[in-house]
Design a protein around this ligand. Structure first.
Ligand SMILES: Nc1ncnc2c1ncn2[C@@H]1O[C@H](COP(=O)(O)OP(=O)(O)O)[C@@H](O)[C@H]1O
Ligand SMILES: [Mg+2]
Length: 336
């Protein structure tokens, strides 16, 4: 393994009994902001916990900042910042003491931990609330406090698990902006697990995409999106005929009512669309290159893998069953 990557895994497998949560994952994460994307149950939190050495791996290997995840978990946890998905704060403490305590836990002396606690709480927008007890905080303020705890030692790599979970739109925007700022300042890296593609797209320029414990894509978002360039057309009348005509000519078409997206093969695709429209009696009202979203990319990848998914909403939703607490049992016991 080389040191060029902040995170690297090789054939990593994690099973919970017979259930394979991570299936031979080989990842290479470069410095910068990377989104760990996938629907609920994809294995994102499991991935993070194995990277931190909080849970043992079944087979395979991995390194975080050059440290071995099997044997050097403690080093990893003191070097990186971790914002967990689960509640890890003491509701009876005020924010300043909670944040200073998290600094002491990773070996800072009490004076510098307290000094840094003031700085980071200001950074996450909680300057005026720092002496309030956490039990009086909104979800947004709790997430901001968790973020402050995770950056107290100014880590080179920050790992956040669903950082905007449960936040209203204002708190969410603030969280995403703060994460962007953390990465933007001083070459720090971020691995942000999320089931929300929009969030990832706002903050990250690379992604690792998981589905059912398998790696389905990794790389720069920009490069991944250029796999399939589509032309979007708006049609008036005879849309089904046009769709058939295009398909018969060998074009891939995705249609929603009068709007269709045709996979661009080369420059001649534009002319082929116009010709097919004339043949089928459909009127073209608009034709433009489609700027794909991460959701489009996900659908294309899933289709290629042979899954039939109509919309990513089928997979990327947050139902009541997913409000599980994902703390490893040993952490729950010590109340962190
Ligand atoms: N402690 C556990 N014991 C058994 N199965 C688990 C445990 N934690 C997670 N899983 C299972 O592993 C899979 C991946 O879960 P998780 O890593 O939490 O996914 P994500 O964070 O992407 O939602 C899911 O099928 C989940 O039910
Ligand atoms: Mg999770």
């Amino acid at each position: 393994m080389s040191d060029q990557f902040v995170i690297e895994t090789n054939d990593l497998v994690k099973s919970y009994g017979p259930h394979i949560a991570l299936d031979s994952l080989s990842l290479k994460v470069k410095a910068g902001a990377t989104g760990l994307l996938g629907p609920n149950g994809a294995g994102k939190s499991t991935m993070i916990k194995t990277l931190l050495g909080l849970i043992g791996v079944t087979s395979g290997e991995g390194k975080v900042l050059g440290f071995n995840i099997r044997t050097e978990g403690e080093n990893i946890r003191s070097k990186i910042g971790y914002l967990p998905e689960y509640d890890c704060l003491n509701p009876g403490l005020d924010a300043i003491h909670q944040v200073a305590y998290s600094g002491e836990l990773i070996g800072m002396n009490p004076t510098s931990a307290m000094q840094r606690a003031h700085e980071v709480l200001e950074y996450v927008g909680l300057r005026d609330q720092r002496y309030r007890k956490i039990e009086t905080f909104s979800t947004g303020m709790v997430q901001a406090t968790k973020l402050a705890c995770s950056i107290i030692h100014d880590p080179e790599l920050l790992i956040t698990d669903e950082p905007s979970n449960g936040l209203d739109s204002r708190a969410r925007e603030f969280m995403l902006k703060t994460l962007q700022q953390i990465v933007g300042e001083g070459g720090r890296s971020l691995l942000m697990a999320s089931h929300l593609m929009d969030d990832v797209e706002k903050v990250c320029d690379r992604i690792v995409m998981l589905h059912k414990g398998r790696l389905i894509a990794q790389g720069r978002i920009e490069d991944l999106k250029s796999i399939d360039q589509e032309i979007e057309i708006h049609v008036w009348g005879h849309a089904s005929e046009l769709e058939r005509e295009l398909q018969n000519s060998g074009y891939e078409v995705r249609r929603t009512g009068r709007v269709m997206r045709v996979v661009r093969q080369d420059e001649s695709t534009y002319a082929a669309i116009i010709e097919s429209a004339a043949k089928s009696g459909a009127q073209l009202r608009r034709m433009n290159d489609h700027e794909p979203s991460l959701e489009d990319l996900f659908l294309v990848i899933m289709e290629r893998l042979g899954y039939s998914v109509k919309s990513s909403a089928e997979l990327f939703h947050f139902g009541p069953s997913s409000s599980k607490v994902d703390a490893p049992s040993e952490l729950k016991e010590v109340g962190r």
